[in-house]
Design a protein. Sequence first.
Length: 175
Amino acid sequence: MAGGANETKACVQPLVRALTEADRVWQREFLTTHFASPTISSRRKWIDTMVLPGFVAWRGESRVGIAMHTEMSVGAECELVALATVSSRGGVGSALLASVTQAARAARCSRLVLTTSNDNLDAMRLYQRRGWRFVRVYPGAMDDARREKPEIPAVGAYGIPMRDDVEFEYDLSGR
């Protein structure tokens, strides 16, 4: 339900900063916890997040989220490859999304995209509420990925079979 108690609670906004080499050990552990490894399947290709730039969200002395993206440059398609937080509905995902979109806009990327699995309803809700739009479905992409990375579960959030990648796009023109 929009405007629920979890969303209206006053909370300390996370501090978001660029990922540094000092974050890499934590990054590997955190992404392995969330995605079974720091290598992510997106649109039927494998991406090693350990070589990507990104952002880390902090609350006090603790890292509470991460966003990894492809290199950003003028005219390039830029991809948000991974976004993970310690908990949902605390503003961390929104802060990380804002940092990535701001960086993509500043770099004058031609397009900003991300994919998520079809079971990830909470993420889809976040993306749509922040201005992202569905643009494509890759039927069977998760099934294909599972053949190479068997630790990907067959059933995901809410008991939904993980089968497809769902692609989102963010309009960088500011419209």
